[in-house]
Structure formats: structure tokens, C-alpha cells
Design a protein around this ligand. Structure first.
Ligand SMILES: *Cc1c(COP(=O)(O)O)cnc(C)c1O
Length: 360
């Protein structure tokens, strides 16, 4: 069966050039060839993250590093900012790591209010805050800059930010914003096949980690920092993914990061006006809408699963029918990665063609 091209919000479609890059030669990871590859990726990926600090490569999906953040950083108590499937789960992960955890929970589709974060942190006792920048399950873009300012105003509280579906789709400035850990899996906004995560840590995060005794080994931030000094990783990494990351960051810089952000904003706006034309409501409120995906509320008179199935079978294009507890009640369209106005138009045309047959 022909596999559909993915317009689901991750994993996303991968460019043929990226796959070709992955077929690079086998090299030993404790040798000069690897060190050269590692070092060659740094300037590009640091620019994408907005940092002069090293970017670490974890052979895992994003959750590996997300759990790692909890294990490396939380000593007294973590505050999890919960507004959808991924951010909610982070609270559960903190508890399953045996940590003291509290959460601020907002309704799915709503953003996190920085003032509520300030109030909660004022109670005292917290040393870490987790935030999902772009909540992929609901299409909410949280006010990162404002939340970072609030967290920074509290001494010894570290801010951990998941940018899985926003990194490289919009500007994020790790150094300027004063984030302590930023992480992303590569299969969404960066458009690599799944299997690698990238992350950056602040000096304060490294200091904290070095004072935590049961941080484990595979995601130990101190191991990552120590190995980075030799342009290396703690354990054997997925070298094909690093070839691919080099290829994609080169492509990003070639396009120009600003141009890339503009392309994402324009393609996203295209999907929004398409939705407006059909009277589809976006789930998040104005001002808090993702730039890399669109999450619409499913109208009562739409046979959503039949519609998605027809588009997949006839056009080999796939969108997503909602995630977690809003599955079937929402649908999501990704414009992450390498999509252009032409490929987005192709998708919208196919959705249009199949829509009337599934409306009642
Ligand atoms: C997909 C996603 C994750 C989880 O990624 P895995 O690759 O499954 O570990 C975490 N956070 C966000 C925002 C995501 O979109």
C-alpha cells in the first residue's frame, strides 16, 4: 500500500536528501572522524537554538531527555505547567521518578498564564519548572518569554522547556531568554526521522545536576558535558541521525533562519484562512496559536474519520484526527519541516475535494 505523505504533527515528512545523508559511511564514535562530524554540527544547531553553549545529542526520543531533566535537576520540588497531553504527562513522569511534583493545570486548548506561575512559585519550595512551549496536542503556543521572565525572578528555580514542535519553526533565543534546559526530539519541527533528541543546558543546570546523586547514567547531564569537551557523546550515538542533522541544519542556514520562520508563519496562516473559509474554529484562543500546526474543533456535522480516510486513500496525504482525550473532537494539520506553500495548497485542495461527501 502506498504510504501517505505525513501532515500529522509528528513525525513529519522527511526530505530525500536527509535520507541520503543518513547513508553516510560507518565511522567509529571514538575517533577523529566522529569528533569532526560532532563539531561540524555545532555552529548550525547552536544558531537554531540561539546559544553559544554546546548542544548535546541524545540517542532517544524527546521523552528520554524530558525524564532526564527531572532526574538531573529536581531536588526539592518541580512545578509542571500542564495544558495538554505532553505537558500533562511530564507531571506523571516526575512522580514516577519519585520526585515531589505539583502542577498548574489549565483546560486543554488554553495557554499557561505567567501570573499564575508567579503566584504558585511565590508559595516557595520549588527548584524546577517544566514548560511545553508548543503543546502539539492542542496547538497552543505558550508565552515562553513571559514565563521565562517570571521563573528567572525566583532564585534557584530552573526552567526546562520542551520545544519539540517549535524549534526551528520560530525564533527561540536560549541565551537571551535565560532558559536552563531546552530540548527537542528531531522528528517534528526539524523533520528528521525519529530517534534523536537535542538539548542545551545552562551553567546553573549543570551545577544543579552535579549536586544530584541519583541522576542515573544514560541521560546524565554531567556525562554529556564531559564528553562534549572531546566532541563526543557518553555512549554510542545514532551516527546516521547526526549525518542527517548536519544535512538539515546546513539546509536551514542555506534557506536562512529568518526565511524559514517566515515560510512557517505564511504556511500556517494559509491553513488558518482555509479553516476560516469553512467555518472551522481553532481550539486555542487568538494570540496563543501555534505557528507549526493548526488544531481545529471538529464540527458536529463532519464525519471526520471518513474524511481523513478518503484523503489518505485517494490522495496519499495524511492529517491527524486529534490526540489523547480530544481525539475525534479535533483535527490537526502540520506545517512543520520542509513544507512549502505549494505542498500545503496540495493538501488543502485534497481536503476540500473530499469534504462535501463527509458533511451532513
Ligand atoms: C511528540 C512530542 C513529545 C514526545 O516525543 P517522543 O519523541 O515521543 O518522545 C514531547 N513533547 C512534545 C511537545 C511533542 O510534540
Amino acid at each position: 500500500m502506498t504510504k501517505p505523505k505525513l501532515f500529522i504533527p509528528g513525525p513529519v515528512d522527511v526530505a530525500p536528501e536527509t535520507y541520503s545523508a543518513m547513508a553516510g559511511p560507518a565511522i567509529g564514535h571514538r575517533g577523529a572522524d566522529f569528533e569532526e562530524l560532532y563539531a561540524s554540527i555545532q555552529p548550525g544547531i547552536r544558531q537554531v537554538v540561539g546559544t553559544s553553549r554546546p548542544v548535546f545529542f541524545s540517542t532517544s526520543s524527546a521523552w528520554g531527555v524530558m525524564e532526564g531533566c527531572i532526574r538531573n535537576l529536581v531536588k526539592s520540588k518541580v512545578l509542571n505547567l500542564c495544558c495538554g497531553a505532553f505537558s500533562d504527562k511530564w507531571f506523571g513522569v516526575a512522580e514516577s521518578c519519585g520526585k515531589n511534583a505539583e502542577k498548574i493545570q489549565v483546560e486543554w486548548g488554553q495557554p499557561i498564564d505567567p501570573e499564575v506561575v508567579r503566584e504558585k512559585l511565590s508559595e516557595g519550595g520549588f527548584d524546577t519548572v517544566t514548560l511545553v512551549h508548543n503543546e502539539t496536542s492542542t496547538g497552543v503556543l505558550n508565552p515562553l518569554k513571559e514565563i521565562a521572565e517570571v521563573v528567572k525572578s525566583f532564585d534557584d528555580v530552573l526552567l526546562v522547556v520542551d520545544t519539540v514542535s517549535s524549534l526551528s519553526a520560530m525564533p527561540i533565543d536560549f541565551d537571551l531568554m535565560g532558559i536552563d534546559v531546552l530540548l527537542a526530539g528531531v522528528q517534528k519541527a526539524i523533520a528528521l526521522p525519529p530517534g534523536l533528541a537535542v538539548f542545551v543546558t545552562s551553567e546553573a543546570a549543570q551545577e544543579r545536576a552535579s549536586s544530584v546523586h541519583d541522576r542515573g547514567y544514560y541521560f546524565d547531564f554531567c556525562e554529556f558535558a564531559k564528553n562534549d569537551e572531546k566532541n563526543n557523546t557518553p555512549s554510542t550515538p545514532s551516527i546516521p541521525h547526526l549525518y542527517a542533522l548536519k544535512e538539515r541544519t546546513d539546509a536551514m542556514l542555506n534557506e536562512g533562519l529568518e526565511a524559514r520562520y517566515v515560510r512557517h508563519a505564511q504556511n500556517n496562516a494559509m491553513v488558518h484562512s482555509w479553516g476560516e473559509k469553512h467555518g472551522f474554529q481553532l481550539l486555542p484562543p487568538e494570540g496563543y496559536r501555534s505557528l507549526s500546526l493548526s488544531c481545529f474543533v471538529t464540527p458536529e456535522n463532519l464525519d471526520q474519520s471518513g474524511w481523513i480516510k478518503s484523503v489518505r486513500e485517494k490522495y496519499h496525504l495524511l492529517i491527524n484526527g486529534g490526540y489523547g482525550k480530544i481525539k475525534g473532537k479535533t483535527f490537526r494539520i502540520s506545517n512543520m519541516g520542509n513544507e512549502t506553500s505549494a505542498t500545503m495548497q496540495q493538501l488543502l485542495d485534497a481536503l476540500d475535494a473530499e469534504l462535501p461527501a463527509h458533511l451532513s
